[in-house]
Structure formats: C-alpha cells, structure tokens
Write a protein that binds this ligand. Structure first.
Ligand SMILES: [Zn+2]
Length: 119
C-alpha cells in the first residue's frame, strides 16, 4: 500500500501568464492553505487556493422564513384580538413581539453567525 500517494490531492491550476495547466500534488494536511505554484514553463507564480468554495449559508435562509412565519401568525393573532387595528399597527406590534421572542437579537448575531466557529 502506498500511503504517500493516498495522502495527496492532485489539483490543477492554470498559469495566469502562459495558460499552461499545472498539476499540483498537495498534501492533505495542507489542503486548507493557499499553495504557491511555480510554472515550469514561464516561472510565473500562481496561487492555488485549496479551500472549498463557500456554500450559501443555510442560516440566512432559515431565519427570514421563521421570521415570516412568526409575523404571519402574530399579525393574524393580533388582528383576531383587535379586529379594528390597522394592518400597519398590527405589523409593528408583531415586529416588537418578534424582537422579544428572540432573546439575543440585540447582540447582532443575525448578520455574521458563520464566524462563531468554536473548537
Ligand atoms: Zn506559465
């Protein structure tokens, strides 16, 4: 069994200068780094980022739908309790209730939750 081969990932990077495609074997432990590749044809340096492309965060999608669902039900509830309330007022009341419904919404955790990686 050849351990050395299986612990490498073969990546391809195209030289920005002469368009030669360079095959680069990257050790698995360096897979999260940016690797500098020197073109064998023109000696131009290319930077190969081995990080996987960032997927669209699911949290962003989930939060508005939870918010929308809450608002829809809350507005219905407020209107049922106060049939003569204007929609605008019912909406703002529901929005206030949503702010109370999420206890830590004032900490700004909504916009950049993807940075909260803990080991
Ligand atoms: Zn080149």
């Amino acid at each position: 069994m050849d351990m050395a081969q299986s612990s490498e990932h073969l990546c391809y990077v195209r030289c920005n200068f002469c368009n030669t495609v360079l095959a680069v074997g990257i050790p698995c432990k360096r897979l999260l780094d940016t690797v500098t590749v020197k073109c064998g044809h023109c000696s131009n340096l290319s930077f190969l980022s081995t990080k996987p492309p960032i997927q669209a965060p699911e949290k962003k999608h989930r939060l508005p739908s939870a918010y929308n669902r809450f608002m829809k039900e809350e507005i219905q509830r407020i209107k049922a309790a106060n049939p003569e309330i204007p929609h605008r007022e019912a909406f703002s009341t529901a929005a206030k209730n949503w702010a109370r419904y999420i206890p830590n919404s004032s900490e700004g955790s909504v916009s950049n939750g993807s940075n909260n990686v803990r080991n």
